[in-house]
Ligand binder design. Sequence first.
Ligand code: RB5
Length: 143
Amino acid sequence: MKIGICNDHAGVDYKFRLAEYLETKGHEIVNFGTDTTDSMDYPDVAHPLASAVENNEVELGIAFCGTGNGMAMALNKHQGIRAGLCWSPEIGKLIKQHNNANVLVMPARFIPFETVLEITDAWLEETFEGGRHQTRIDKIPCR
Ligand code: RB5
């Protein structure tokens, strides 16, 4: 799968480690994030990732910032994005099963890297349930 990944200065280390993990599993990773720990503004990398997902340049996205909230807020301004903020593998499953999240957002400063791997695997392996959940996500975009 072709996966876009982005991060601000708080998520550099986790971005590189997760990208390496996903590449060993056969995924192609496109890096939209900063590669240094110099302070930067997360919307500058969130919007390009969101556009790439909306334009099908990548199939899914993963984003890190300190709390995950800034990234989720910026990503979810895009009509075609359903970015889910996750801090446990159970939520990772549910944002795919129920919300068909096309971007996974994680709080780099608040979860250990082992949890990042568990969440990512759970989210990638789950499938969307459709049905009543499709009805609900159809109502998300502002009209
Ligand atoms: C950076 O200090 C921090 O504000 C950012 O990573 C993120 O948590 C914002 O939501």
